[in-house]
Design a protein around this ligand. Structure first.
Ligand SMILES: Cc1cc2nc3c(=O)[nH]c(=O)nc-3n(C[C@H](O)[C@H](O)[C@H](O)COP(=O)(O)O)c2cc1C
Length: 417
């Protein structure tokens, strides 16, 4: 019976344990979590989502209050088109977070950054260029392009000296999206170094419609593996979404995947950025407590716990401080939904907005409890304490369970004394 450890992910001469911890914004896949994956010989992701906010929290910068002060006269206005990011600050925050993470890296693994195209930041191309190039300049091992088709992203990095040496990958949920990406980048003579195929059971935003349940990761992976073979393209394929045990991972590795990308099981690790009180909500969740809804202003479906405080919250849009989802014209679907409710209930002290949420604020405050479909199985991965709470795990324990377990078993941690 094979274990994940019988396989290796190969990048040229480099060999890695084929376990990748996926990017989880905002700062859920913390630098501590990514560093553990690298120390153990796999790949960890940090996320570049809302980095000015993240560096304020960790490194005492003042990017958010500076931006809020600059645009304070705009706070009551519906038109947010003037609220722009200072590109030098975006670069600085990326340098800080990526640089400090890479400085702390130990072991044979790698650290990548997850970069979501849907963070359009009221200047999609310019801000994305700065995010990508600053991460390369700060020494990141690789960049995983996500939440979008990224048809222009390689071109944004083309002039960077590390464009051909850093590992650059793309997350897709269909063969069609992959074909578009490869076709669009053909003229740059640069293929992706890896392809993450993310199925409908993943956490965060989904690359499917609300008909997500009709898709199966195994089928999409098989289609993409067969296509690459037919085209004689030797690019590692990485399966993601619902890989809950070492045996699930082995199944994909035996079907031609080079690695798996996992996330949900690490949401209850001590290194993960989610505060412990909320981790207990993840442990407690049952299948009926999880939903896929359309409240994200990005227009993508998103999976989350139904008791997330973000659902129905009618807070004032906070774009002067954040504004990561403002499109190229300064619009965000939440602003429209909020203004509609205010107009409908002019005398209400507190309003509720059900169809959209202020995702920046709620992700920043850990009030949007996004999760993978198998979150309801987390309770089977740990011990229940006498007070009813669950024992938080270490990332090392979870990583090694994926690496060495067989027979669909999950090893429980040593009980805390
Ligand atoms: C809490 C959480 C947050 C996530 N946030 C992001 C994100 O910001 N960007 C992204 O590309 N994927 C995100 N994902 C998806 C993961 O990186 C990963 O590909 C997927 O969840 C793997 O499936 P699993 O959670 O079933 O193991 C997130 C997943 C979770 C569980």
């Amino acid at each position: 019976m094979k274990r994940v450890d019988d396989f290796r992910l190969r990048f040229g001469k480099r060999e890695l344990v084929p376990i990748i911890i996926g990017g989880m914004g905002v700062d859920i896949s913390s630098r501590e979590l990514a560093l553990e994956a690298a120390r153990l010989g796999g790949i960890g992701h940090i996320s570049d989502a809302m980095l000015p906010t993240v560096t304020d929290r960790h490194y005492k910068t003042k990017f958010v209050s500076d931006k809020q002060k600059q645009y304070k006269l705009n706070i009551l206005k519906a038109d947010k088109s003037i609220v722009k990011f200072d590109l030098a600050q975006v670069a600085e925050s990326t340098h800080l977070h990526v640089g400090k993470t890479m400085d702390a890296k130990r072991g044979d693994g790698m650290i990548f950054v997850n970069c979501m195209e849907k963070l359009t930041m009221n200047s999609p191309r310019e801000t994305l260029r700065v995010r990508l190039c600053s991460a390369l300049d700060a020494g990141i091992d690789g960049i995983t392009l996500s939440a979008g088709l990224h048809l222009g992203s390689f071109a944004l990095m083309e002039d960077n000296p590390r464009f051909r040496d850093a590992k650059l990958g793309i997350i897709v949920s269909s063969l069609r999206a992959l074909q578009l990406f490869i076709r669009k980048n053909a003229k740059l003579n640069r293929l992706p170094d890896y392809i993450v195929v993310e199925g409908p059971l993943a956490g965060g935003h989904l690359g499917f419609g609300m008909d997500w349940a009709e898709y199966d990761l195994h089928n999409i992976v098989a289609e993409i593996v067969a296509h690459l073979k037919a085209e004689q393209l030797d690019i590692p394929v990485i399966a993601a979404g619902g890989v809950f045990t070492g045996s699930d991972a082995v199944d994909f590795l035996e079907k031609g995947c080079a690695a798996v990308q996992v996330a949900t099981r690490f949401t209850v690790s001590k290194e993960c950025g989610i505060p412990e009180k909320i981790q207990q909500e993840y442990f407690k969740a049952n299948e009926q407590d999880i939903e896929v809804n359309m409240i994200s202003p990005t227009g993508y479906p998103m999976r989350m716990l139904k008791n997330s405080p973000a659902i129905g919250a009618g807070i004032r849009p906070n774009c002067e401080a954040y504004g990561y989802l403002l499109d190229a014209n300064g619009h965000c679907a939440y602003i429209e939904a909020f203004n509609r409710e205010v107009a409908l209930h002019p005398d209400a002290k507190k309003i509720s907005v059900m169809d959209k949420t202020c995702l920046c604020t709620h992700m920043r405050n850990y009030d949007c409890w996004t999760c993978g479909q198998y979150t309801y199985r987390l309770k089977d991965t740990s011990h229940r304490n006498a007070d009813g709470t669950y024992q938080i795990l270490t990332a090392e324990h979870i990583f090694k369970d994926y690496q060495f377990s067989t027979d669909n078993k999950i090893t429980l941690p040593p009980p805390r004394s």
